[in-house]
Design a protein around this ligand. Structure first.
Ligand code: BES
Ligand code: ZN
Ligand code: MN
Length: 505
């Protein structure tokens, strides 16, 4: 079933729907219905607070309680979702996500969460679209397919529903959510399906869908095949990709609006499966390595979203794609690889493959003479160990890092700056036989060393590197607007960052 969303200013008690969702705040004095749901509480009158205490409703984040409405309101089912202490964009986005999972298949749902600003309208809409995401492509049973059919009609209730800015926020939220969902689909796709060629085909399809029809944006797409990569000399990408029967690719997208004054180049790591290569991973570390193209998926989906939103910033995106495998044509520890642009790299660990693709792509980025370069990559377990599975690492030029962190905060994603200390540059310059050393087997600071390596390919241009390792897949249960599996981490931050370039404050 396809879900349709509408934005309306109406009373939740009077709205005819299968289910109505109402937000509840957790206060010192117990649960308090949010303003948006006040008339639902009134419908129960004196029986409202006793009902909440009988059901053990607290209003804490993540809580969802379903109550038969017994004709007291126009909906059959009332769903109370917790907002925690503060009704802000973050808590509202999460609560809307929880709501989507508590009534997954209702024919119609009306949502009464705090939505009296454009930002909150965005949070409700995005939260619901993202929380309701499921990936069932490879489920064959009808029951499983049914489970995820999604709501039929979703009405976002908002007192500002008729204001232009709220309508824009509502429409843009759907573009953003589509981009995050596309990224999740690609990350979730099994690696035997989503090979580099399969990924390139999927990008071609997504590009066609985004650019067809009247009023659609014009985005240029090039897919570079193995022959083209060889001819252009993308040595890092080829060194990694030639170990696999599924040969490497590169996707290049260009969004070049007439009114752009800033040129941003995005780069994303597209390893469709990372076995580690000859420096093979332990079995348990290989699980989840289908998501090692999460950076490429993020920047590609973000680019299409930026174009759909019509943001007046030029964006060029490079996504090198390869599979890191073990074979007679794998690259070896001890090899020296000539990267695109001519820099030579001594290989010490074939599991440090991401930087080989990114090095090539960053040189391609500098050739565009952009104002800013931002790369997104599932690059190191080191930064996953440091920051966990919900907070991304940002490294690079201070000015760009600051702007990315601010964009992340507005977009509802957590990022944290990590440094690139001087000694990291010494480590990558320690090769006796090549320009750079790819890895040195010193365990400490591996994520910082990786960033120092990447910086060598940026020609001193303003640059930020987002290491999202561990953030691309949620290995636990769903929470808020984040499901199990592919998360789409990074997409909203990148789009919001592009927005900040389009409208400098
Ligand atoms: N793809 C991995 C990083 C990764 C780890 C992604 C966990 C997602 C979750 C990357 O290619 C890798 O293997 N990194 C090495 C770096 C090391 C060899 C310097 C690592 O994390 O150990
Ligand atoms: Zn990898
Ligand atoms: Mn690796």
């Amino acid at each position: 079933m396809t879900t349709t969303y509408t934005l309306r200013s109406a009373s939740p008690a009077k709205t005819r729907a299968e289910a109505v969702v109402v937000g509840v705040l957790a206060s010192d004095k117990g649960p308090v219905v949010c303003d948006a749901g006040a008339d639902v509480a009134e419908a129960w009158g004196r029986k409202w607070q006793p009902l909440l205490s009988t059901l053990g409703v607290t209003g804490k984040a993540g809580e969802a309680v379903r109550i038969p409405a017994n004709g007291l309101i126009n909906a059959q089912l009332l769903v109370l979702v917790g907002l925690g202490a503060e009704p802000d964009e973050t808590s509202v986005r999460r609560a809307a996500g929880v709501a989507a999972r508590s009534v997954p298949n209702a024919a119609s749902v009306a949502i009464a969460l705090p939505a009296d600003t454009p930002g909150l309208v965005d949070a409700v809409t995005q939260g619901h679209l993202l929380g309701g995401y499921t990936y069932t492509l490879h489920k064959t049973s009808a029951a499983k397919a049914d489970e995820s059919s999604g709501a039929g009609q979703v009405v976002v209730l908002s007192p500002v529903a008729r204001q232009g800015e709220a309508i824009t926020a509502f429409e843009e939220a759907q573009v953003l959510a589509d981009a995050v969902r596309l990224t999740r689909d690609w990350v979730n796709e099994p690696p035997g399906h989503l090979t580099p060629a399969g990924f390139a085909d999927a990008v071609t399809d997504a590009h066609r869908a985004a650019t067809k029809g009247r009023g659609a944006p014009k985005v240029d797409l090039e897919i570079w095949d193995h022959a083209r990569l060889t001819e252009r000399g993308l040595g890092g990408t080829l060194a990694v990709g030639n170990g696999s029967d599924a040969t490497p690719r590169l996707a290049k997208l260009t969004w070049s609006p007439k009114d752009a004054t800033t040129h941003l180049v995005l780069v994303g790591k597209g390893i469709t499966f990372d076995s580690g290569g000859l420096t093979i991973k332990p079995a348990s570390s290989m699980v989840g390595m289908k998501g090692d193209m999460g950076g490429a998926a993020c920047v590609i989906a973000a680019t299409l979203a930026i174009a759909k939103l019509g943001l007046p910033v030029k964006v060029t995106t490079f996504a090198p794609m390869a599979e890191n495998m073990v074979s007679g044509s794998s690259f070896r520890p001890g090899d020296v690889v000539t990267m695109y642009g001519g820099t030579t790299v001594e290989i010490a660990n074939t599991d440090a493959e991401g930087r080989m693709l990114l090095g090539d792509a960053l040189v391609l980025a500098t050739e565009e003479a952009p104002n800013i370069i931002v790369d997104v990559a599932t690059l190191t377990g080191h930064l996953q160990l440091a920051l966990g599975d919900k907070v991304g690492a940002v490294l690079g030029s201070q000015e760009i890092v600051d702007a990315v962190l601010a964009a992340g905060a507005r977009a509802g994603e957590q990022h944290w700056q990590m440094p690139i200390p001087e000694e990291m540059t010494e480590r990558i310059k320690a090769s006796k036989i090549a320009d750079l050393l790819q890895h040195d087997w010193v365990r400490w600071g591996g994520g910082l060393m990786a960033a120092a390596f990447l910086r060598e390919f940026t020609a001193g241009l303003p640059w930020a590197h987002l290491d999202i390792a561990g953030k691309e897949i949620n290995t636990g249960g769903p929470y808020g607007h984040v499901p199990s599996g592919g998360t789409g981490f990074g997409v909203t931050t990148i789009v919001e960052y592009a927005r900040s370039l389009a409208a400098p404050e």
